[in-house]
Design a protein around this ligand. Sequence first.
Ligand code: HEM
Length: 226
Amino acid sequence: MTAGPTTPTPGVRQTTYAGCRLSADEPDSGPAETGAMSTTSETTKRTAPAARWPLGRRTRQTVLVVHIVSAGAWIGIDVIVAVLVLAGWFGDDAGTRGIAYQALSKFVVLPMLTAGLTCLVTGLLLGMATKWGLVRYRWVLVKLVLNVVLCSLILVALQPGMAEIGEYGAALAAGGNPDDAVVSQSFYPPAVSLTALSLATVLAVMKPWGKTRRREVASKGARQRQ
Ligand code: HEM
């Protein structure tokens, strides 16, 4: 019979975190900067870094669910954008192509921005409510930058061109021959966004790269003082 995960194994150093949930694959970056550490021959206890805004377990789980759902919705909307762009460019007849561009111009920006901002706000809450912080770990910081950049791009790069794309689609559907230059760049937004969101998802799951440099220095200082 094998020992359960909580059964201490004699002679094996055990690391226990208290305070908030830690994933098993958290990089071992030394003792936490704000935590106490006590070592015996058999057991090492480490306290996780304090969360800035600790939330109750249920609330944190709810925020995490909303975070994951909004991230998934955002990716889904990007897939729809990619399909509409491909249908608009490669569609068989002008009517279908025109409708695809009109749908793109009317139904995409608001849901995408809503999903992006929901993901950002819940991500910020999760960062503040857990030991991950916002600038403590590289993977969180990179996700934060990606999220802010993508939301900004929706507003400054995607939204302003949508009216023109709609007019292009309407002209196409009406049998006209509008200038393709209006839609020739429309492949980039879904390609860039899907790549960045896939990267963010990989980072969320793998949690690579450990702490940011500033936090590593702070951790070393705390270790030396102990
Ligand atoms: C860019 C879009 C984002 C995507 C696609 C995304 C995706 C995800 C996913 C799938 C998880 C669940 C991972 C797991 O439980 O194993 C997660 C967790 C998390 N995300 Fe995001 N995220 C994004 C943005 C952000 C932002 C902007 C922040 C904070 C500034 C953030 C902070 C976090 C934190 C701290 C967790 C871990 C929560 C926990 O384990 O308690 N995320 N994210």
